[in-house]
Design a protein around this ligand. Structure first.
Ligand SMILES: [Zn+2]
Length: 234
C-alpha cells in the first residue's frame, strides 16, 4: 500500500500547491497521503492560527474533488521556543498532529514531559516526527518511555528523508533496539518522507515499510491508520 503522511506545500515551505501534490499522488496510484504544513514558527514560512481554517478548507475541497485517494489533514508543530506553545490550538478538526524536535537539544527542542503537559489540549493523535530516538531517548528507561507514549496516545513517525540520517542510516534504523520493543505496545507508527521540493519523494517510503515488516510493527502501522481513518470518516 502506497502512502505518505508527511508532505509540505505552498501553505508553508513546500514549493508545490496541495493540488499538484494530490495529482502526482493520484498519478502514482497512491492510496493515502497527508498534507502536513508547518504551524506558525519563527523557523520557516508557516501557517498562523487565523489561517488554519482556510488551510483545512483547502484540503477538504481536494478530498471532494479527488475521490480515488484519501487526503488527510495534518499539521507540524516545531516543539521549541520558536513556537508559541502556550497558545497552541486544539487542532480538533485535523486528523493528526506532527511534533518535531521533541527532546532534541540540537534544535532547542522542548523535553517530552512538556509535550505530556499539553497533550490533553490536543485533540487528534500526536506523532513524534523524524525524531532521532536513539540520541534523544536512548539513555532513558525505554520501557517507561514506551509506556508513556502508549498511555498518552503519542505515536512515532518513520521518516525516509535523507535529512534524517546519520552516516547513511535512517534515524529509525539507528533506533532498532527501541523499535524491537514497540510491537508489545499500542503505539501508532506512521510513515512519511517530509517532501518539500522533490516530487519524487512522494512515494519514497519503501524503506520505512520494509523496516515495519522486519521489526513486526504491522499492527502499530494499522493502529495509526485506524486512528486517523476514524477521524477521516467522522
Ligand atoms: Zn516536515
Amino acid at each position: 500500500m502506497m502512502m505518505n503522511f508527511h508532505i509540505h506545500t505552498t501553505w508553508s515551505d513546500g514549493i508545490y500547491t496541495p493540488e499538484i501534490i494530490v495529482r502526482e499522488a493520484v498519478k502514482r496510484k497512491m492510496e493515502k497521503i497527508a498534507i502536513t504544513d508547518h504551524f506558525h514558527t519563527k523557523k520557516v514560512s508557516s501557517i498562523p492560527s487565523k489561517y488554519l481554517k482556510m488551510y483545512l478548507e483547502d484540503i477538504h475541497a481536494l478530498r471532494k474533488k479527488y475521490r480515488d485517494i484519501e487526503i488527510y489533514a495534518g499539521i507540524e508543530v516545531d516543539f521549541s521556543p520558536r513556537t508559541d506553545i502556550d497558545s497552541l490550538p486544539s487542532f480538533e478538526d485535523f486528523d493528526f498532529v506532527l511534533f518535531e524536535y521533541v527532546q532534541d537539544t540540537l534544535w532547542d527542542g522542548y523535553p517530552l514531559w512538556m509535550l505530556l503537559d499539553i497533550r490533553k489540549k490536543i485533540v487528534p493523535p500526536v506523532i513524534l516526527a523524524h525524531n532521532d530516538l536513539s540520541r534523544n531517548f536512548g539513555g532513558t528507561d525505554i520501557e517507561a518511555f514506551l509506556r508513556v507514549l502508549e498511555a498518552d496516545k503519542i505515536g512515532i513517525e518513520l521518516n525516509t528523508n535523507l535529512n534524517y540520517t546519520k552516516l547513511g542510516e535512517f534515524y529509525y534504523r539507528l533506533a532498532a533496539p527501541i523499535f524491537e520493543r514497540i510491537k508489545n505496545f499500542k503505539i501508532p507508527i506512521s510513515v512519511g518522507s517530509d517532501l518539500h521540493e522533490d516530487l519524487d519523494l512522494i512515494d519514497k517510503v519503501d524503506d520505512a515499510l520494509s523496516f515495519i515488516q522486519e521489526m513486526h510493527l504491522e499492527n502499530n502501522l494499522k493502529l495509526f491508520l485506524k486512528m486517523v481513518g476514524d477521524r477521516y470518516e467522522g
